[in-house]
Design a protein around this ligand. Structure first.
Ligand SMILES: [Fe+2]
Length: 240
């Protein structure tokens, strides 16, 4: 699979164009002009218009992309039961409810390496807001993703690196990996890996003893238990 990433909007949204051979898919394709130009330049055919979830800032390109092509549109729920094939490659899906009820991530391989388009489920340095208020559900989605290979590349739905690395720096001023991580985040396309997130991202490091002191402090302040992996995650989400 090949990939292009396009920033759009005022909240650091990231749109994606994936393709194999001449067949392409736009995912959260809000950067419509960039996507249409890239399709034209490369002689691609837009086969699918897809979204990681139905938040307004992820779907604004859908109507125009569908008008300008013969692409098929799948909602996140429909994408999970469809076969999404580009050239000789398959795009898979994993249901990851929590940020929204319909949140999914897309999976594929690029140069033999496993990749995720993670929407607002996981970002460089943080996770999404738990708008469903179902924290246990969000936690089980994060657990699902952490079972994937540690070198899995993650392409998120927003570039909020400046903000999230600032938060990490405040929460964990001695994080030894943060400066190298920030440098990695200057590369384009912007991406991260599960391995990197497990060194930096406080909101998925529920098994990391380096955050135990912070957890203990929060546990006292909020009068919340920190015994189970879920509780160790949940306490950090109180300051998300
Ligand atoms: Fe969202």
């Amino acid at each position: 699979m090949e990939l292009l990433q396009f920033p759009y909007g005022s909240d650091g949204n990231l749109a994606y164009l994936l393709w194999d051979g001449v067949e392409a898919a736009a995912i959260d394709g809000g950067a419509v002009e960039d996507i249409l130009d890239s399709i034209k330049e490369r002689g691609l055919t837009l086969k699918y218009v897809l979204n990681t979830h139905d938040h307004y800032d992820h779907i604004p390109g859908n109507a125009r992309l569908l008008k300008e092509s013969d692409a098929v549109f799948y909602t996140p729920a429909e994408a999970c039961s469809a076969e999404i094939k580009l050239g000789s490659e398959i795009i898979g899906t994993i249901k990851t409810p929590g940020h929204t009820k319909d949140s999914i991530v897309f999976t594929f391989y690029m140069n033999g390496r496993p990749c995720l388009l993670s929407g607002d489920t996981i970002f460089n340095g943080t996770v999404g807001n738990c708008y469903t208020k179902d924290y246990k559900l969000y936690f089980s989605s994060i657990e699902k993703l952490l079972k994937l290979a540690s070198d899995t590349c993650i392409f998120a739905g927003h570039d909020i690196v400046d903000y999230t690395t600032g938060v990490v720096n405040e929460l964990e001023p001695g994080n030894a990996f943060l400066s190298a991580y920030k440098n990695k985040c200057l590369e384009r396309p912007l991406f991260t890996t599960l391995e990197q997130e497990l060194k930096v991202n406080p909101f998925i490091r529920y098994n990391d003893p380096l955050l135990d002191e912070l957890r203990k402090k929060l546990s006292k302040e909020k009068n919340m238990p920190i015994d189970t992996p879920y509780e160790k995650w949940r306490i950090l989400m109180t300051i998300h």
